[in-house]
Design a protein around this ligand. Structure first.
Ligand SMILES: NC(=O)c1ccc[n+]([C@@H]2O[C@H](COP(=O)([O-])OP(=O)(O)OC[C@H]3O[C@@H](n4cnc5c(N)ncnc54)[C@H](O)[C@@H]3O)[C@@H](O)[C@H]2O)c1
Length: 360
């Protein structure tokens, strides 16, 4: 993810008339061969395996931290205490306790902190939110959102830090994929009042890459059935986070259905927006979207956006908000939203254990 951020900054000139230009000045990674990759970045002057060196660099204003979840708390706190602002990665601490500590410190020190979640910056998701806000859906019937992967279906896929509780966290797949799923619903004001969780562990060990096997002890799949309160009524909202969803490579989707209208968007059809209308007849309409991110770019309006584009739009939103010119444009995940996501995931663990509905 560090290299994605470097790439987004390196092609900053694609953004039209964007008044601030972030530059990558320093990079830290324990992996020396990765550090070598960053030597291609002309503005980068510090390459280190010791993040404290990066934090003592006076020219660095903001640090983007993308490390395994067990390191979030310590490194995020050190960033904040070094006087720098933070673009954090999900899940914003390995668990609820870590998230609260980071949240409190950011507030106390008044640092600008946001958390990464790039899919909402795709034009299709922006349009989907505009449709919801148009208030033409009648009574909302249900909301479904999810983020689906499938490479873990292969039992010969080696274990890594995301598949072990000690490095990924007890929340497992929810920590890995969950922030992506909740960002838009939370922002639309849909905050679960309760949760019933179905969590699954499928393969409990995997090749360790050295000829043996190692425990793979995190939750692989999570389905959270929740209620949200909309106009005084309880509305079911289902949130799916799955590492084992057959055929789904990196599918982010959302569907909102109402009595009069609805909307559906999935990265499986990245330029397609589906909208439902109930008129004399009922119809689903399919609209081809182009390249309309919220920050205009040199790219022609008919072209297709992809992952690097929404990541860059997210970074632009971070910079614009920090500099005070975001206005009413969509922003990155706030510390409040990140903390709320941890409250939800912690409640989901309790629900799984007790096989009951947990109130939030
Ligand atoms: N926003 C997204 O779409 C997205 C996608 C993938 C991962 N992530 C998040 O990004 C973070 C990193 O995930 P990843 O997939 O990039 O993992 P990764 O394993 O590919 O990279 C982590 C990097 O951290 C380095 N590292 C580990 N300990 C370090 C230390 N003490 N000091 C400096 N560097 C250290 C490792 O050498 C490695 O290069 C996680 O929080 C993950 O949830 C976000």
């Amino acid at each position: 993810m560090g290299r994605e951020a470097a790439s987004a900054m390196a092609r900053w000139f694609v953004l039209n008339d964007f008044p601030v230009k972030p530059e990558l000045l320093a990079v830290c990674d324990l992996n020396e061969s990765l550090l070598k990759w960053y030597e291609q970045v002309p503005t980068c002057k510090l390459f280190t395996t010791d993040y404290k060196k990066l934090l003592s660099d006076k020219d660095v204003d903001v640090v983007y931290v993308a490390v395994p979840h067990n390191l979030h708390e310590q490194i995020y706190l050190d960033v904040l205490r070094s006087g720098k602002d933070l673009l954090a990665e999900k899940p914003f601490g390995i668990d609820l306790k870590a998230a609260k500590t980071i949240y409190d410190e950011a507030k106390k020190l008044k640092r600008f902190v946001r958390c990464s979640s790039e899919f909402p910056f795709l034009p299709g998701v922006q349009r989907m939110m505009t449709e919801v806000k148009s208030n033409t859906f009648g009574k909302i019937l249900e909301i479904k959102a999810g983020f689906l992967h499938s490479s873990d279906l292969d039992p010969s896929k080696p274990v890594n830090w995301k598949r072990q509780v000690k490095t990924c966290g007890e929340i497992g797949v929810m920590g890995d994929l969950g922030m992506h799923v909740v960002h838009v619903p939370f922002r639309l004001g849909w905050k679960p009042v309760n949760v019933y969780a179905q969590l699954q562990k499928i393969y409990t060990e995997r090749p360790d890459g050295k000829g043996g096997m190692a425990p793979s002890d995190t939750w692989d799949n999570a389905t959270l059935t929740t209620d949200v309160s909309i106009e005084g009524r309880m509305v079911p909202m289902t949130l799916e986070m799955k590492r084992m969803a057959p055929g789904e490579t990196n599918t982010w989707y959302i569907e909102v259905l109402g009595t009069d209208g609805g909307v559906r968007y999935s990265t499986k059809e990245p330029k397609t927006l589906w909208t439902f209308k109930r008129g004399k007849e009922q119809s689903w309409n399919k609209t081809d979207l182009g390249f309309q991110g919220q920050f205009p770019t040199i790219t022609g309006a008919i072209f297709e956006p992809g992952f690097p584009d929404c990541f860059q739009q997210m970074l632009a939103a971070f910079v614009a908000e920090r500099e005070g010119f975001l206005k009413d444009k969509f922003s990155c995940v706030t510390p409040d939203e990140a903390f709320l996501s941890h409250q939800l995931f912690e409640a989901a663990l309790r629900s799984q254990k007790s096989k009951s509905v947990i109130n939030l």
